[in-house]
Design a protein around this ligand. Structure first.
Ligand SMILES: Nc1nc2c(ncn2[C@@H]2O[C@H](COP(=O)(O)OP(=O)(O)OP(=O)(O)O)[C@@H](O)[C@H]2O)c(=O)[nH]1
Ligand SMILES: [Mg+2]
Length: 522
């Protein structure tokens, strides 16, 4: 008796061909503008303890690249992207920064944050700062305000105290005002009063995104998200020029003012970026339908940033080339990796961008196109870092984003919730009966998870996993190869039959019975 691993024969060699993307296969280069965090909540162990991969298979490393594609068939030239990204002003100053982290706390009214506490928001803001190379938090302060929308954010008394404090602290080189977005006017006024640069959450997150984006699509999406920022900066600059009698004057011979010319240039840039993104999106749709034809089930791995999505995919696929990093927004590009389940069924795991509560709106919108792919998956795994003090809030943020993605109800109802990083919580017991507890880093709980994924895939795809006894003569076996997914064939030479393990839809199974009654048990 001999065994043929059909999954290996049929699936994986096709997929190996797709591993030519050096950009993602190569170890992630040391980013010049962001760093890996040495700790997150002070708990993450040394990365050298990551499961070492056993050389598992990886597919479609960049976007949805698959079999037979040329290195770049996206229809969007590198030069085109480079041109669109040219002349971008740095968002943050280069070199070391000692930051005064200032959190405006609204204690009541519509602007009050109900789901979180100021201390935890500050902890998240600190993690963002620590993601930046050579940046440190010099001091943190939570200051209450009733007027977060006013130009100077704080009431008169608090504002004066803050000004005195910042002006009297030469070691502070900049202020991180932990609000989602600050108007250019507020920024200008605060910087004038405090004598240092002031940044909001949007700018910091955008900077981290710029540093971590690797594919054309991610880079262009970020460039698109920057356009509103450029527009409001432009208005600000023109107001400034106007004060000096310049911005609104007509530029000789052009019939346009400086403001109009700049606005037109921005509009043209926006249109070009959208066009390029549209081309990339079409490409993704094409690849998606090719993949569907091959009937590889798709499992999307989603969750809050830094919860361990990439580490889990590494553990499930054994792919040594995957490089998780202890960093917020380490993954910005949707990538797909193949793995196999207990029955040897080959599935595709899709790594996605992590969520952050109060992620600036423009950024969410710019990434929603990439997340569209999630709607076409068969199963979603929601990974949670249960060692994080705000794990419940993180869950709520992720679920609310998922709801807004207009995913089919069936997909939403079958989310597998995974409680990761159990190794960091002593005697962890989940209160949620269906959750699966794992340590992606140490490889605990993965077999149970794989079994759960397998049954979810079979349920979602309406397929059965059967072992059929098939006569070798005749056309049954080749019919099964064509119409179903053959997992394994155990040939029994003594009676000229084979036990065939197959994943098959109900309708195909009925047809098979009519064409040629199999002589075995399901
Ligand atoms: N202790 C422990 N650390 C883990 C576990 N899983 C992941 N980590 C660590 O958590 C950090 C983040 O892991 P990633 O896999 O990059 O997280 P991610 O969700 O992909 O993050 P983003 O791509 O930034 O959204 C890394 O330092 C991992 O080593 C786990 O089970 N236990
Ligand atoms: Mg990741």
């Amino acid at each position: 008796m001999w065994t043929l691993r059909a999954a290996v024969r049929r699936g994986l060699p096709l997929l190996r061909a797709a591993c030519s993307f050096r950009e993602v296969l190569a170890p992630a280069p040391q980013d010049r503008c962001v760093r890996a965090l040495s700790t997150f909540g002070g708990k993450n162990p040394d990365k050298s303890r990551l499961l070492s991969g056993s050389g598992g298979e990886a597919i479609a490393r960049k976007g949805w690249k698959e079999e037979g594609e040329e290195e770049d068939e996206t229809g969007v030239e590198d030069e085109e992207v480079e041109e669109l990204l040219l002349e971008r002003e740095p968002l943050l100053p280069q070199g070391a920064q000692r930051v005064f982290l200032l959190h405006p706390d609204v204690k009541w009214g519509a602007k009050k944050q109900t789901l979180t506490r100021a201390e935890l928001q500050v902890a998240e803001a600190k993690t963002l700062v620590h993601t930046l190379l050579n940046w440190s938090v010099e001091e943190t302060m939570i200051v209450s305000t009733k007027t977060p929308d006013k130009k100077l954010v704080f009431g008169k008394g608090n504002f004066e105290l803050l000004t005195e404090k910042i002006r009297g602290s030469p070691q502070i080189t900049s202020v991180f005002l932990n609000v989602e977005r600050m108007s250019p006017l507020t920024k200008k006024e605060l910087e004038a009063a405090w004598g240092v640069e002031v940044f909001d959450r949007f700018t910091i997150v955008l900077h981290i995104f710029r540093c971590n984006a690797k594919t054309k699509e991610a880079k262009l999406q970020i460039a698109l998200a920057e356009i509103p920022l450029l527009r409001s900066n432009l208005k600000n600059e023109v107001a400034h020029l106007d004060q000096q009698g310049g911005g609104s004057r007509y530029i000789m011979g052009s019939g346009e003012t400086f403001l109009q010319i700049q606005q037109r240039v921005l509009k043209e840039k926006e249109i070009k970026i959208k066009k390029a993104l549209e081309k990339l999106k079409k490409r993704r749709h094409l690849l998606r339908s090719q993949r569907k034809k091959r009937e590889l089930p798709i499992i999307s791995i989603m969750g809050y940033t830094n919860c361990g999505k990439t580490t889990l995919i590494k553990a499930l696929t054994g792919d040594a080339a995957i490089q998780p990093r202890d960093q917020l927004f380490a993954t910005l590009d949707i990538t797909a990796h193949s793995g196999s389940l207990p029955s040897h069924m080959t599935v595709v795991y899709v790594d996605t961008i992590g969520f952050l509560s109060q992620l600036p709106h423009d950024l969410i919108e710019s990434f929603s196109a990439t997340l569209e792919d999630v709607a076409h998956s068969d199963v979603i795994i929601h990974v949670r870092d249960i060692s994080h003090p705000e794990t419940d809030l993180q869950k709520a943020s992720v679920l609310s984003v998922l709801k807004n993605l207009n995913l089919p109800n069936q997909l939403l109802d079958s989310i597998i919730e995974v409680h990761n990083k159990v190794d960091l919580v002593e005697s962890y017991e989940s209160t949620e009966p269906n959750a699966i507890t794992i340590s992606a880093l140490l490889g605990h709980g993965l077999e149970k998870l794989k079994a759960e994924i397998e049954s979810a895939v079979l349920k979602a795809t309406g397929k059965k996993l059967l072992t059929l006894n098939i006569k070798l003569e005749g056309a049954q076996l080749s019919w099964l190869y064509k119409e179903a997914t053959v997992q394994e064939v155990d040939v029994i030479p003594e009676n000229g039959t084979a036990n065939v393990k197959v994943i098959i839809s109900n309708s195909a199974y009925e047809t098979l019975k009519q064409i040629n009654q199999p002589s075995g048990k399901p």
